[in-house]
Each structure stands twice: as C-alpha cells, then as structure tokens.
Design a protein around this ligand. Structure first.
Ligand SMILES: Cc1cc2nc3c(=O)[nH]c(=O)nc-3n(C[C@H](O)[C@H](O)[C@H](O)COP(=O)(O)O)c2cc1C
Length: 412
C-alpha cells in the first residue's frame, strides 16, 4: 500500500463496568481497521481488565494515571492528538462526570482538553440506565453533540435482562469508522453514480429460473451510502431489498431480472455517469432455450444447455468516457487474490473489490463482508470483517481518491 496519510487517532476510554472486557474487541477491531488507538482506563476499569491487555493490542501503551505516566502532560497530548474519543463502556459515573465537566482523572481530563468528536457507549443495569439523573445526563451530552451508541436490550450481569447492555463491539466500531471516514458527507455531491446489485435470474420456462446466492445487500448498501454522501444514484437491481438511506443525494431504481436486461440497463444508464459500480452477481451462463410453457414433470427429464451471457463489465469499459471511474467485483472461492489481480488486468476497470465467498460470514446473503480493494495502480487495501455499509464507505472512499477533480475543484 502506498497511502502516506496519518491514520485516524482514537482515544479509547474504558470505564469500570462488567462490559470492560468487550473493549478489548473494540480495540482490536479499530487497530485492524487502520486506526491509531490510545487506550485510557479509569482506576475502576483496571479492576475489571488489566491495562496490559490493551497495551498488547493497541497502537501505544494503555494509560491510567494523570500524574506518573511517561508524558508530563498526558491529558493535553491525548486530547489534542485525538480525532475522536470513544468511551466504551461508559459507566453512569463517567456520563455524570462528563455532563458536569468534571476533570478528576486522566480520561475526564482528556475529554475536556480536546476538540475531538466524542462517542459514548453506555453500559449499566436497567435501573441505573432508567434513572432520571442518568437520562438527563444523556440528554445534556446529546445536546452538546456527543454521539450516544446504544445501549442495547439483552442479558446483563448477574443473569438480569433489560435495557443497558453495551451495544455490540462491531456496531460501536462501525459508528466510529463512519464518523472518521464518512465525516465529509458531501464527497459525492453532484456526481452521477450507477450501481448494479443482486443476482440475475435466467428463465428455464415461465415458472423456473436459475440464479445464484447473491442477496443484493452489498449493492444496496453502496447505493445508500452514496446517496448519503450526496450522489445522484441509479440502482439497477434484481433484488427486492429496500433502500434505507436518506441524505442529500437522490435515488432512482431500475428493476431488472436477467443478465441481458442488466446488460441493457447498465449500458444505457452509465452513458453519462461519473462512477459505475458493478456489484451485481451476473449469471455467467443462461439456458440456450427458454420454454414458452411450463415443462411438465411427466416428460421424464429436463435437459438444459447453457450459453455464456454478455460480459457487462467489459462492455462498460468499452463504452466509457475518459473520466468515468469503473469498479468491478470479483467473488472468488480459491486463489482469491491471484484470480482477482488477473481479472483487474483483463477487464481494464479502475478498482476491483474482491471477496472470498467461501469464507465464514462473508459474501453472499451475509450482513458482513471482508474484502480487498485492488486499484489499477497496484495498491491493495484490506478491509477487515465489517458491515456491508462500512465496506460500502471504504469502496466509495477509494473511488473518490481515484476520481479526477471536477472543474473548479483542486485535488490536494
Ligand atoms: C462488579 C461491578 C460491576 C459494575 N458494573 C457497572 C456497570 O456495568 N455500569 C456502571 O455504570 N457501573 C458499574 N459499576 C459501578 C462502577 O464501577 C462505579 O460507579 C465506579 O465508580 C465507576 O468508575 P469509573 O466511571 O471511573 O470507571 C459496577 C461495580 C461493580 C463492583
């Protein structure tokens, strides 16, 4: 990878609750996502989990003390360096101290001596969470711009159930990464982007189709995030999934079923697009013959001969204008990276997103994915296991980096 930008700097505050052990997973996920993580534990947090565990996993040693650490002024060093301060878990006590503006330990001093965005993930028993004082503190913090993630409803310490369980580490990390990377929600303003999604369905007869396992989730997540970043999105999809995105962009949907329909719609819609993303899983083969009436079971057997479908990505590359960015997808099950590099060279697109669809919790039908983005200049970027929205954000970040600036814009 030839990226030379400074990685985002996150102070991970950990406070004294049972969920403190889950902050270890948060630390690991953030480091895996390329974030510089500086852990700060309260005195009580160190009763639940050792600073040593965080020191071993984070980007720098964990700190607990205001006075006898290595840096003479640790609170301002951390507070000023931070792009974001995440407190997870956040105890009722920490929320109260933060709402009041107290500064009686390293974590609260760091929170005060900073202009960084703040995210808190509360975790406590339901009785504590529903306490009027706690709820008022939450509202105060929210009104000041602190992002509150969770809590969820579920199993609590001591076998209890209810509201107050810390949100899942992957959800907290996704919120943090979206705030860090998606902070500029206007990166695609005015850009026309065409995205294909879903698996195509090739008819055998009026009743039966041959299809694949693609759900369309990744393509639809791309459409949502692109719209949130201001793009004028056209989604060419065979999936019946909805779209949840809001944002300042716009969305039009073109429904298709077969590879041939996908081919025609994509070529038509992409003519004047700035960006084209082929996230659909298009059938490689279709039946040579589509029967006009249902083939009856009592005919004994059904023989289907297949022929190759159109190569939509190649056709798009063929018709593209000089400034259009084209993104292909490769779903592989073996020699994943090697096959993908060959595909990128052969197809001539700008970026290829590759995923190993045989791995656990990745690819088709899952809500999560793990991909490598290969750029035509040879850069490769691994995006660890994340939600398909987070993956969508990373793909769009790569697209923006590879786009030529439009007139009046300067690329710095
Ligand atoms: C076993 C145990 C579990 C606790 N779990 C929580 C919790 O989940 N949430 C919470 O707000 N407080 C919890 N507390 C209370 C806090 O540890 C206590 O309020 C402490 O002062 C918090 O300090 P800190 O916010 O500086 O870390 C727990 C206490 C004990 C003894």
């Amino acid at each position: 990878m030839s990226e030379s930008r400074r990685p985002p700097f996150v102070v991970l505050g950990v406070t004294g609750g049972i969920a403190a052990y889950k902050a270890v997973e948060i630390c690991r996920l953030l480091v895996d996502a390329g974030v510089h993580v500086a852990p700060v534990l309260t005195k009580d947090a160190a009763q639940f989990i050792t600073p040593l565990t965080f020191s071993a996993l984070a980007s720098e040693p964990a700190q607990t003390e205001l006075y006898n650490g290595v840096s003479p002024i640790p609170h301002t060093r951390l507070g000023q360096a931070a792009d974001l301060i995440l407190v997870a878990p956040a105890t009722a006590n920490l929320l109260g101290r933060l709402a009041l503006g107290l500064a009686d330990d390293l974590l609260t001093n760091t929170l005060l001596a900073s202009r960084a965005q703040v995210v808190v993930a509360p975790a406590m028993h339901t009785e504590m969470w529903e306490q009027q004082s706690v709820q008022e503190n939450i509202e105060t913090l929210r009104a000041r711009g602190v992002r509150i993630v969770g809590p969820a409803i579920g199993r609590l310490a001591g076998g209890d159930e209810g509201a107050g369980r810390m949100e899942d580490p992957s959800v907290i990390v996704e919120a943090v990464l979206t705030m860090l990377h998606g902070a500029d929600n206007s990166t695609l303003t005015g850009r026309r982007i065409v995205i294909s999604a879903g698996g195509t369905r090739e008819a055998i007869d009026p009743v039966r189709v041959i299809t694949n396992r693609s759900s369309g989730k990744q393509g639809h997540a791309l459409a949502e995030v692109a719209m949130e970043r201001g793009a004028e999105v056209t989604l060419v999809t065979s999936s019946s999934l909805g779209i949840q995105g809001k944002g300042s962009g716009s969305l039009s949907v073109v429904k298709v079923e077969s590879a041939a329909q996908m081919h025609d719609a994509m070529l038509q819609e992409s003519k004047d697009a700035d960006i084209v993303i082929m996230a659909a899983a298009v059938a490689d083969f279709r039946p040579v013959l589509t029967h006009g009436t249902k083939v009856k079971k009592d005919s004994g057997h059904l023989e289907v001969t297949f022929e190759p479908t159109e190569d939509i990505l190649a056709a798009l590359v063929n018709q593209r204008g000089s400034e259009q960015v084209i993104v292909g997808f490769a779903a592989e099950t073996d020699n994943v990276l090697e096959n993908a590099r060959k595909k990128l060279a052969k197809k001539g697109c700008d970026l290829l997103v590759v995923n190993d669809v045989s791995a656990e919790a990745t690819g088709f039908e899952h809500d999560t994915n793990e991909v490598v983005i290969i750029e035509s200049n040879g850069n490769e970027m691994s995006i660890p296991m994340s939600s398909k929205r987070t993956i969508a954000g990373a793909i769009l970040d790569s697209v923006v980096r590879s786009m030529k600036p439009s007139s009046g814009e300067s690329k710095t």
